[in-house]
Design a protein around this ligand. Structure first.
Ligand code: PLP
Length: 305
């Protein structure tokens, strides 16, 4: 596994493809670290895996829903680093349907042991005793929170930006838990303006960002969450497909598609200054496209290409 010293490519969008005015728009291709597992996941896991090794843990345990990028990433990175992995999955009803679910079957192929629990119990997983009871048959475990965000994950995400990215005026990133944004805020230069695009309804991630970064200037919006986590409409599908046709760059429907839609909207509305340079972090999530396409087919909506 080569994520230790991964340096993502920076790709500039051809200004003739979109109406950017005097601005430039580039993507930091964190998605290219691995064909299934995206860059911010590797960044979040890097120091956690080092720590798990250092304390002699043999098994990583984590959590996720049916199409979780984090589950897939932990399964792959854990196996590559010689760990056993356990994924606690939200929804008992998924247990008989592993083969039909591209994310869960991928995680299982990587050797992840999947344990399905009812949604009601999943909600209570942080309460005392719940996990001990679920995992009482196993010892020496290293626990990774849902979404993978903890102090070591934020530390790993500080490595997303580097000496090349300081030339940009704006850094844009998609936000789930806020861990990736927190790492970026720690390493962005003071003159850079950082904008987070929430993939979920609300900007509740501000609390977590404050915990990791204290009082720092940034903007977090949920104006382009399309109604909430995992929600999508034909307008967003059309945008993602047009973006791919014009640039050759795939976007995922849950995170980066919504971020890029928000950036293009911001360019139209004048949010970004004239002559400014914008860097969008492509955090990946592309493994989720086939699962989303299954759902779109059922709803008779167009497919993501
Ligand atoms: C592809 C992708 N982009 C962005 C994010 C958001 O990361 P964070 O949870 O650190 O805010 C996630 C989180 O799961 C993700 O899978």
């Amino acid at each position: 596994m080569q994520f230790q010293n991964f340096r993502a490519n920076i790709e500039e969008i051809n200004p003739s493809d979109f109406d950017l005015g005097s601005r430039s728009l580039s993507l930091l291709r964190e998605d290219q670290v691995h064909s299934v597992v995206s860059g911010n996941k590797f960044r979040k896991l890097k120091y956690n895996l080092e720590q798990a090794k250092a304390i002699g843990s043999k098994t990583l345990v984590t959590f996720g829903g049916a199409y979780s990028n984090h589950l897939a990433a932990t399964a792959f990175a854990g196996a590559s680093a010689g760990f056993n992995t356990i994924g606690i999955v939200r929804g008992e009803e998924l247990a008989p349907r592993i083969a039909a679910n591209p994310t869960l079957s991928y995680a299982q192929e990587q050797g992840m042991e999947l344990r399905f629990i009812p949604r009601s119990l999943y909600k209570m997983k942080s309460e005392v005793g719940i996990l001990d009871n679920l995992l009482k048959d196993r010892a020496n475990l290293y626990l990774l929170p849902e979404g993978g965000t903890n102090e070591l994950a934020v530390k790993g995400c500080t490595e997303i930006l580097d000496d090349r990215t300081s030339q940009f005026d704006y850094i844009c990133v998609s936000v789930g838990t806020g861990g990736t944004l927190a790492g970026i805020l720690r390493s962005a230069s003071p003159k850079q303006i950082t904008i987070g695009y929430s993939a979920l309804k609300g900007t509740f991630q501000k609390e977590l960002i404050h915990r990791y970064c204290g009082e720092v200037p940034y903007t977090l919006v949920d104006d382009h969450c399309f109604g909430g986590y995992g929600k999508i409409d034909s307008n967003l599908i059309r945008f993602i497909n047009n973006f791919k046709r014009s640039t050759g760059i795939p976007l995922d429907p849950v995170y980066t598609g919504k971020m890029m839609y928000g950036i293009m909207d911001g360019i139209k509305s004048g949010l970004f200054k004239e002559n400014s340079r914008i860097l969008a972090v492509h955090t990946g999530g592309l493994q989720g496209i086939s699962g989303m396409n299954q759902r779109l087919k059922k709803k008779q909506l167009p497919q993501i290409i």
